[in-house]
Design a protein around this ligand. Structure first.
Ligand code: GTP
Ligand code: MG
Ligand code: NA
Length: 344
């Protein structure tokens, strides 16, 4: 592995947006999976996590013209969240873990209620973000070029498709203006510090996805460079608590910094007081596979941030989702950490 890929951790990217704007489908397109089709009612109801290794991202961004992107990070850890209005606790929890955000907006609908909610989450938590202006393939008479960079496919569209795109893009930009935000198509953005960048995408045809990934990497490796330096001090949060056949109650944890090992003494907060237990199994899905989909898990002796980790251990039944996770170095540390974990 190159030196840079050890110095930096995978930036944690969270995807937020109104229900059915295509958050999960965008990830499906990148993963070549079909997670969305297996969701009840096509609605995401949990926080998800997928590791996208650097080589996969390199392949996907190859179509960008004038690409001068060297990938210094080991990958991107992308957190999927539900857009349904009743899951604002999950949006809040998912976003509290991330370095950078993608706000998905349906180009046919513009800004909707949870778009506005997501905007204020990013603002309050001071998270830099881009907008994926998704579903461009739904523009009347759009002629798709599979997986192409946006401008490559846009330049091939007929005049009336191009003007229809521009009309809708401008309308969305105006809606952002009315909410107090400057916004611009990313390739026309006069000042990314002042203007939100809009990346036109389609989760069905893959168009614009190279641009979206390229832009995220670019921001992560410039503006956010110092915040993605790997830190050995443990930072981890419980995202979800789940019963898995054969494993019992497990917790899905986002490891933001540091290392977790098999047999580590972990401490999390629980509904009936703090929980202290030993890691029995440290699991991850395969790379490019969604953590929240029950499938084959890889077993590990130790894992280093950033990573989505499933932990199996005794006594996790009443774990509180959203709890921080601590590791006690020795028995003496346990009481102090138990007290600390219940405070947060
Ligand atoms: P929640 O997680 O429930 O908030 O929804 P979501 O934002 O994850 O949207 P999802 O991926 O479930 O997609 C919603 C619907 O829109 C599905 O029927 C998708 O097939 C469709 N869809 C998503 N992206 C696109 C797109 O780019 N083009 C078209 N034509 N349809 C899309
Ligand atoms: Mg979804
Ligand atoms: Na959906």
């Amino acid at each position: 592995i190159e030196e840079a890929k050890i110095r930096y951790k995978a930036p944690i990217v969270c995807i937020l947006g109104h229900v059915d704007t295509g958050k999960t489908k965008l990830l499906d397109k990148i993963r070549r999976t079909n997670v969305q089709a297996s969701e009840a009612g096509g609605i995401t109801q949990q926080i998800g996590a997928t590791m996208f290794p650097a080589d996969a991202i390199e392949t996907l961004t190859q179509k960008l013209p004038n690409l001068s992107l060297s990938i210094d990070v080991p990958g991107l850890l992308i957190i999927d969240t539900p857009g349904h209005e009743s899951f604002s606790n999950l949006r809040s929890r998912g976003s509290s873990l991330c370095n950078i955000g993608i706000l998905v907006v349906d180009i046919m609908h513009g800004l909707e209620n949870q778009t506005i909610e997501s905007l204020s989450i990013f603002k309050t938590k001071n998270i830099p973000f881009i907008v994926a202006l998704n579903k461009i393939d739904r523009l009347y008479e759009w002629s798709p070029s599979k997986d192409e960079a946006f401008l490559t496919t846009f330049n091939k569209q007929s005049g009336h498709v191009q003007s229809e795109f521009m009309r809708r893009a401008k309308e969305t930009i105006l809606e952002f203006n009315h909410k107090g935000y400057n916004a611009a198509l990313y390739y026309e953005n006069p000042d990314p510090e002042e203007y939100i960048s809009l990346v036109p995408t389609s989760a069905i045809t893959g168009e614009g996805i190279p641009d979206m990934l390229g832009l995220i990497l670019n921001i992560a490796q410039t503006k956010l460079r110092s915040s993605i330096i790997y830190q050995p001090k443990l930072e981890a949060t419980v995202m979800e608590v789940k019963t898995i056949e054969g494993l019992g109650t497990t917790i899905d944890v986002i490891l933001m910094n540091g290392v977790i090992k098999e047999d580590d003494n972990i401490i999390v907060s629980g509904f009936n007081g703090p929980i202290s237990t030993r890691v029995r199994a440290l699991l991850t899905p395969m790379p490019l596979r969604e953590m929240r989909v029950k499938g084959e898990y890889l077993h590990h002796k130790a894992l280093r941030a950033s990573m989505g980790v499933k932990i199996s251990a005794q006594g996790l039944d009443h774990t509180m989702a959203g709890s921080p996770l601590f590791i006690a170095k020795n028995e003496e540390e346990i009481p102090r950490l138990q007290e600390e974990v219940q405070k947060e």
